[in-house]
Design a protein around this ligand. Structure first.
Ligand SMILES: [Zn+2]
Length: 270
């Protein structure tokens, strides 16, 4: 957790206790006391809030460019088809892969890298239900195991994505130790619950803007009508609108301050 969130939460609780003890604003005091905890939970659960660690949810550009990110692979059925599609549309993507399937299919990781795309880390076991309350050693193990495995396969790792975007209290320290930066998204495609590639594409197009980070998935958790087909339609739609899928690199860890100056994510200048 970042110090400012801790200090802010403690300050609200102290104010709440003062109000409760003073007796005039007792209900307000109790609301503030429990609301302060809710504020922390919000930062924990919301993929784009920065209270637990620095999170990138867009990158700086004025050009029609987006960052295509594909989670939950590698998949022996989907990944090769997706790589062919990316070649067809001259698009680049970052694959946020899970350690366990990567260990079973190391050749897919090498293929992704050999064809000019990026690998990001998405934990070793993808513990969707339990990552938010994982302790220091569990968090360390999820990140470390995946990190070592992917590095051993030749990946130059820089990006981390939390399972379903939910962070935890130990993540900031663990990511710093591994030189990783947390990446969220600007547009959730909804491919995990949509019934047709058309609805996935229209959801993305309705929010499309330069610098957006698109979240899509691969693998057997998707319905057959969505798997690969949604990515194909999205790539086609982006091309028709003149958008390119790029790897933003350094542009993903900088953001614009209110006066237009570029500052590094995590700085207190904004
Ligand atoms: Zn995932």
């Amino acid at each position: 957790m970042k110090p400012w969130l801790l200090i802010q939460t403690l300050a609200i609780k102290i104010l709440a206790i003062c109000l409760i003890l003073e007796g005039t604003f007792t209900i307000t005091g109790w609301l503030l006391f429990f609301g302060a905890g809710g504020f922390v939970v919000l930062h924990l659960l919301h993929p784009r809030l920065q209270g637990l660690c620095d999170v990138t949810s867009r990158f700086i550009t004025d050009a029609p460019e987006v960052w295509l990110t594909i989670d939950d692979g590698p998949s022996p059925e989907d990944t090769p088809q997706i790589l062919d599609l990316l070649d067809k549309y001259n698009a680049k993507a970052t694959f946020f892969v899970v350690g366990e399937p990567a260990e079973s299919h190391p050749e897919l990781i090498r293929q992704v890298l050999a064809r000019g795309h990026e690998i990001g880390t998405h934990t070793y076991t993808h513990p969707v239900a339990s990552f938010w309350f994982a302790g220091a050693s569990r968090t360390q193990s999820e990140v470390e195991k995946c990190h070592k495995l992917l590095q051993g396969l030749g990946a130059n790792l820089r990006w981390f994505r939390a399972p379903v975007g939910i962070k935890n209290f130990w993540l900031r320290r663990t990511l710093r130790e591994h030189g990783l930066h947390c990446v969220s998204w600007s547009i959730r495609s909804g491919d995990s619950f949509s019934r047709s590639p058309e609805s996935v594409t229209s959801r993305i197009l309705s929010k499309l803007r330069p610098g957006a980070i698109l979240l899509l998935h691969e693998g057997s958790s998707l319905t057959e009508s969505i798997r690969v087909h949604a990515i194909a339609q999205v790539l086609q739609a982006l091309q028709e609108r003149g958008y390119r899928c790029v790897l933003p690199g350094e542009r993903a860890v900088n953001r614009l301050s209110t006066n237009g100056l570029r500052i590094r994510a995590g700085s207190n200048q904004a």
